[in-house]
Write a protein that binds this ligand. Structure first.
Ligand SMILES: [Zn+2]
Ligand SMILES: [Zn+2]
Length: 303
């Protein structure tokens, strides 16, 4: 079982030699999710050894170019390399026509199905779930419709405490009920409490992605107790005014969101190309939230 996030691109709108535009790869229990797909994401994936044919789900935050200009190229390469399995794309309204029009203009033949789920502006709630995980979305505050996402493990089953279980005269056919949290009666009519003979499931973990957005406290509710939070921090404090004009966030503001949400760790990103280093972002954020990280492209965080 694994749950990790690879930062494929940590720069803002202008790609540079050292930082690509936004893209992240999330590997959670053998499900492979790409979040955003800025220009040249497929090159970043090759560079950082992410197998892109494995990607089965793409989450898109918004339709600004630095988050989507890599999509058509990536899908075209998937096709050229013989992909046949379905790809699912979840994103804001307009993501489907944005892509299909490009395919139409270049005459791209697709040998594999793409399923689109478009999110209505302002919507929040569950957008994906399977046996092991669920993904919810919530609106951010940017110049066009922008969605944040939270990817959470589902609680597993309780585990049998064999030593305690063996103290009772219980048929093994009741084990599943006990693991489901039900109390039962043993063969002598004694109550066997699930809590007494099983261990609780291991705590679940979650990862949240917030980019791009102005400082927007309403999202704190959606981020409560998140284990790992990615929040954009395009600017440092000196450019706070510019941040608010352009609907972006400063490092301090991102740290405030992490603190108020009771996040465990914070990753900053979407760094403006005007900064030679992220030392100031890190120093400013740490005055508010100690567990802050300013990654380089290719860094991986394990949950
Ligand atoms: Zn944007
Ligand atoms: Zn952006």
């Amino acid at each position: 079982m694994s749950f990790d996030v690879t930062l494929l691109g940590t720069g803002a709108a202008v790609p540079s030699l050292s930082r690509g535009t936004t893209a992240q790869f999330v590997n959670i229990h053998q499900r492979h999710i790409l979040i955003d797909c800025g220009e040249a994401t497929q090159i970043q994936m090759r560079k950082f050894k992410v197998k892109f044919q494995k990607v089965d789900l793409i989450l898109i935050s918004h339709l600004h170019g630095d988050h989507v200009f890599g999509l058509a190229g990536l899908i075209s390469t998937m096709q050229l390399l013989g992909r046949t399995t379905q790809l699912r794309i979840i994103g804001p309204k307009g993501i489907k026509s944005f892509l299909l029009q490009q395919f139409e203009h270049v005459g791209l033949y697709r040998g594999f199905p793409i399923h689109f789920d478009e999110i209505e502006e302002g919507a929040s709630g569950l957008v994906f779930e399977d046996r092991l995980l669920e993904i919810s979305t919530f609106p951010l505050n940017h110049r066009i419709q922008t969605q944040g996402y939270r990817i959470s493990e589902k609680p597993g089953k309780r585990q049998l405490n064999k030593e305690e279980f063996d103290k009772y005269d219980v048929s093994v056919s009741y084990i599943n009920k006990l693991l489901d949290g039900e109390d039962i009666e043993d063969n002598e009519g004694k109550i066997v409490r699930s809590d007494d003979v099983t261990f609780p499931p291991k705590p679940t973990k979650s990862y949240a992605f917030c980019s791009d957005t102005a400082y927007h406290p309403p999202i704190i509710e959606q981020l409560k107790d998140v284990d790992l939070l990615y929040h954009e921090a395009t600017f440092i404090d000196k450019e706070a005014e510019r941040a608010s004009e352009t609907y972006h966030t400063t490092a301090k503001q991102a740290a405030t969101i992490a603190l108020k949400a009771n996040a465990k760790r914070l990753i900053l990103g979407h760094f403006s190309a005007r900064y030679q280093s992220t030392d100031m972002h890190l120093a400013e954020a740490k005055t508010i939230f100690e567990q802050t990280f300013c990654p380089e492209d290719g860094e991986r965080f394990i949950l």
